[in-house]
Design a protein around this ligand. Structure first.
Ligand SMILES: [Fe+2]
Length: 281
């Protein structure tokens, strides 16, 4: 099978700060992405806002607590709640992260990197199969930013991600900011990552900002997309063509207009890149 690449265009995250506006007006963007865990309660304002948005535009559900790489068993009650939300919202995309964040039943509320070994790959592949079975659909997994790496790794992150996607029939959510942050922190070339991705598996992009801490870059997701990440976006669009893109802003969330402006900038960079690609310049 292949992974469907929906023609969604350019979206932004659904955040509580904007619920009032979005309950009253149609979202001024092509589509929206909601953090799954914030909408698992079957009643209340969050789910009412999400259902209203879903009536207006396509929606993606993006989870943060699947912990696909953990050695703990998969959290079946979480998966059942997520399945109920998926059935209710009928999102275009369901995604989470290639990471681990739970051990011994305790959640770290963080997205930690995996060792990129054959053993970890087999482990993740088996679990992605279980998750797709439990949800009754394909998922996308996203690359996370990292600050440390395992000495045991025998392959690159992009080789791991590509092989996982190929063998599980899942898709890839490529966070271009996370690639940039990790490339700088670990000293690899971001272009190698993009070149190493299987084009038929990349089904969504995240675009975000980060902070420069001097000795390392920190994935703060609290600022405008910097020029360095827009450059990677140009490279990714030139390689993969149009892919649904999302402005991901998680902290110090600005007015809706700022996010909409960033998503329009993504749309214009995409059109310009595709135009250049078509004329071969
Ligand atoms: Fe992301």
């Amino acid at each position: 099978m292949s992974i469907p690449r929906h023609d969604l265009g350019h979206g932004i995250g659904l955040r509580p700060r904007h619920f009032g506006r979005l309950l009253a007006e149609r979202p001024p963007v092509d589509w929206m992405e909601a953090v799954s865990e914030n909408y698992l309660a079957p009643g209340g304002r969050p789910i009412a806002a999400l259902e209203k948005v879903r009536r207006d535009v396509p929606v993606a559900l993006h989870g943060v607590s699947l912990s696909i790489g953990s050695t703990d068993p998969l959290d079946r009650s979480y998966l059942a709640s997520l399945r109920a939300l998926v059935d209710r919202i009928e999102p275009a995309i369901v995604s989470d992260h290639l990471c681990w964040g739970r051990h011994g039943g305790r959640y770290a509320h963080d997205l930690w990197p995996l060792p990129f070994t054959e053993e970890a790959l087999e482990h993740v592949i088996e679990r992605v199969g279980q998750v797709q079975e439990a949800l009754g659909r394909q998922i996308l997994l996203e690359n996370v930013s990292s600050y440390v790496a395992f000495r045991e790794s025998t392959m690159s992150e992009w080789e791991f991600l590509a092989e996982m996607a190929r063998r599980t029939d899942c898709g890839i959510l490529l966070d271009l900011n996370n690639i940039y942050v990790s490339a700088r922190n670990h000293g690899f070339a971001a272009a190698d990552y993009i070149e190493g991705m299987p084009g038929d598996r990349v089904a969504q992009f995240h675009l975000a900002g980060h902070s420069d801490k001097g000795a390392y870059l920190f994935d703060s997701h609290d600022a405008r997309v910097p020029e360095s990440v827009w450059d990677l976006y140009r490279m990714a669009v030139a390689r993969f063509g149009p892919v649904p893109s999302l402005i991901e802003w998680d902290d110090n969330i600005p007015e809706l207009e700022v996010l909409v402006g960033e998503s329009r900038k993504a749309a214009s960079i995409e059109s310009e890149t595709l135009r250049r690609r078509a004329v071969g310049s």
